[in-house]
Design a protein around this ligand. Structure first.
Ligand code: MTE
Length: 322
């Protein structure tokens, strides 16, 4: 992965728990149904008016137990320090270049080993799905991290709608290819479009979600609108943004970063502090928002989700960088 020096986030941008709680209180007093107050919501019920406008408040978001005790980064950190190479390789390029990106109407092509292939409108992909808040750690392979309060839908709930059959051993995801809208695609930084993949067991794991929002609001373009994967036990590059194709396949997909640098980025890409990247250590990480002089924090095995996902990798030699 290209590593470019970027200025650190200012300490003033750190969000403490109180700020987040105040924000949540604000959302609920503003008439927003926040997690836990009212049972299940759905994306369709959650969007009112100009459905899906970036930053619009999502209603009926159910709180989940995921992330209890974690303090999320600020909205500012999460929406201005991004990796989205389709809009440039600098951390602030996505927020600067993605504002005019059109995410409605949006179609998703579903192909491969399933009984319900087809071209679906975004609204149909997520129709009636229960929206949940999941506060997850995000660990980038570049050795920085954040804590993000996503709003999403279990990926399994979405995939099951297409009725994958027994030949579906993997799921391949693809980002939109549109160099007119995505200026980063005019340069061959990667072999566009961006492609990622999971085994079917990983994709069906309850921790994997399709995110449509953050901080109770519609996902900003720079974060991967209208929908992006979040696979919290893997390095961030697996969490592909702005998905417009889902393919059920019997072969391990060749992913963009594997194709770009196979010796550095593997298909599994599970967070593992014991396996260094060929060019840097993965033992510790810089917590974005913690300030310039804060000590780095220890990286956790599977990014802290080992108890939930460790069983998926029995028999896999975790000392290798897959
Ligand atoms: N998806 C696409 N399509 N293009 C990208 O460049 N970057 C990945 C991932 N998904 C990327 C992508 C990387 S390296 C990371 S760390 C995360 O998105 C960052 O997500 P965030 O910007 O929402 O924090």
């Amino acid at each position: 992965m290209l590593i470019r020096r970027t200025p650190d986030i200012r300490p003033s941008e750190i969000t403490g728990e109180t700020v987040y709680l105040n924000r949540r209180r604000f959302l609920s007093t503003a008439g927003v149904v926040t997690a836990g107050l009212i049972g299940q919501g759905s994306v369709m019920a959650g969007l009112t008016g100009d459905a899906g406008a970036t930053g619009q408040v999502l209603e009926g978001v159910r709180q989940s137990a995921f992330g209890a005790g974690l303090t999320p980064n600020s909205w500012e950190d999460i929406t201005t320090y991004n990796n989205f190479y389709e809009f440039g390789t600098g951390k602030s390029d996505p927020v600067e270049n993605a504002q005019a990106f059109r995410t409605r109407p949006w179609q998703v092509e579903v192909t491969g080993y399933c009984d319900k292939p087809g071209t679906y409108a975004y609204e149909d992909v997520i129709r009636d799905a229960a929206l949940e808040e999941r506060i997850y750690r995000l660990r980038c392979v570049e050795a920085w991290s954040m804590v993000i309060p996503w709003v999403g839908i279990p990926l399994a709930d979405i995939l099951k709608r297409f009725e994958p059959n027994s030949n579906a051993k993997y799921v391949r995801f693809r980002t939109l290819f549109d160099p007119e809208q995505m200026p980063g695609q005019r340069r061959r930084v990667l072999d566009w479009p961006y492609v990622e993949g999971l085994t079917i067991a990983e994709a069906m794991h309850p921790l994997a979600i399709m995110a449509v929002g953050v901080y109770g609001r519609v996902l900003p373009n720079q974060n991967g609108a209208p929908m992006r994967l979040v696979v919290p036990w893997k390095y961030g590059f697996k969490s592909i943004k702005s998905i417009n194709q889902i393919e059920f396949t019997d072969r391990q997909p060749r992913t963009s970063w594997e194709m770009a640098a196979p010796q550095e980025y593997g298909f599994y890409a599970n967070v593992n502090p014991e396996v260094d990247h060929p060019r840097w250590s993965q033992a510790r990480e810089r917590a974005i928002g913690a300030g310039l002089f804060a000590p780095k924090q220890e990286t956790l095995m599977f990014n802290g989700y080992a108890d939930q996902v460790g069983h998926l990798y029995q028999g896999l030699d975790l000392r290798r960088n897959y």
